[in-house]
Design a protein around this ligand. Sequence first.
Ligand SMILES: [Zn+2]
Length: 215
Amino acid sequence: MTPRLVKTETFEHEGKNYDLKLFSDGWTFTVKSFREGREANGYSYAVVLPTAFDLNRVTGMDAVRVLFDNARNDIRERNWERYVEAYLASLNLKEDEGAACVKCTGRDIQIRIVDGRKMYRCATCGNIWYQKRSTGGGNEVILDAIADGVVENSYHEIDVLILLNVPFREYSGGPSFDDQLRNWCNQNHLGYDVFHQKDRRGKDAQLIRFTRKPA
Ligand SMILES: [Zn+2]
């Protein structure tokens, strides 16, 4: 059975009129966005009848309503345009990992050099990521593990002794451990908490947990 038009909803956004059309072949419900008779973007939103039925039975949710809402939001938030822009940027700047934010596809990216490598920060959503390092010493290995660990897992824990002895070691006339730690955290938009934990031999260890500071 060929899909037929079931319902049309219209709405206005930034002075332009959009038609959201619901099609169904009796099994699948699909919503697409149109403007002046042409498809407004590359998205289509679909749900099959059993899923729509289950959603309604279990959660009272109107699945077709959700399709219309998603279609409307993607136009209001320019998600398709942002996706296309990010994709085109990635074609031009293939070698540059900082071309677009993977979380929001934003392209307003601030770059700073931290610990000798690039730190990218999305101005739109605050997402942070780093250039991959090809070489580095002990300090870099430890600091990268923390910075990359927070990117991947949203936190990273490490024994205070390692930081005291390697990257933030105190030396005569130099900054204190606390100052070095705080300065490094500020550069990387990190916060930290110190806590105690028994290690495998039951010995008390002091650990630091690093997390992302809110944007
Ligand atoms: Zn972003």
